[in-house]
Design a binder for this molecule. Sequence first.
Ligand code: AMP
Ligand code: MN
Ligand code: MN
Ligand code: MN
Length: 286
Amino acid sequence: MLTRVRTRLSLMMKTDLHTHSYYSDGVLSPSELVKLAKSEACEVLALSDHDTTAGLDEAQQQADKLYLKLIASVEISAQWQGQTVHIVGLGIDKENTTLQAGLKQHQVLRQVRARKMGLGLEQAGIKNAYQKAKALAPYMLTRTHFAQMLIQEDICCDMNTVFKYYLSGNKPGAAPASWANLAAVVGWILVAGGVAVLAHPFRYGFTPSVMTQLLADFKDCGGGALEVVLSHSTDQEIRKGTKLAKRYNLLASLGSDYHGWSNQRQQLGRLKSTPANLGFVLDVFL
Ligand code: AMP
Ligand code: MN
Ligand code: MN
Ligand code: MN
């Protein structure tokens, strides 16, 4: 009975469990992000920067001032079957040394990759590509910064085009990074006391059979939840995600993946609810 009441309460709380600050590829500072969440009437927010926890202290301080519940989180890139997937670690202890060692390893990979991306773009005729992208990145230099730079330089008009023609596969600004494998990444999150969430499952373009293999492996190595609701998820996508979450006994998570760039359409906290017939990962933290 108690569980049922808690579940209903959590479903009524305006929640966003996937967002970015300028410590990775977002635009806002952690404080600005928390203030925006408050102004959107969010009660619960996860800051989940790529491969870094550097923004969490500032976010927590602002959240305390505004009586908003912050869930300390991180979004970690992982390799699975030669592909990159993203795992959000919700409710992590950022002081955990195993987690931090893993994140440090990824931060170094990112620095090396960014240099290679800069060189590739330079060879394709884009002068000072590295320096121009770096000028947009106060901390970590990501592919998003290269993409925004190419848009600002009028080389491309939107994010999808720029990723397709410049930053993926064998395109001039693409450089592979050897992220840790899925099991290792989930392991870092678990050892830091967090819940591992497979982020934006339908953004990878996997076939249904590849997706089921991924989810089976994710569950086997200790994955706990699936991002069932994202910005602009259709009812059909939510139904598809719900089916998969049920099949692999995963909790549902939800998140906008808000970054704050003016040319991106995700808005903070404006999300459909997770289905009432699925366990909701927020209940783990209430
Ligand atoms: P990175 O982690 O540096 O490889 O950068 C990945 C980030 O690039 C993702 O987290 C997204 O924010 C962004 N991204 C990747 N593909 C796209 C796309 N097609 N449109 C917009 N943003 C994208
Ligand atoms: Mn991103
Ligand atoms: Mn992601
Ligand atoms: Mn993200």
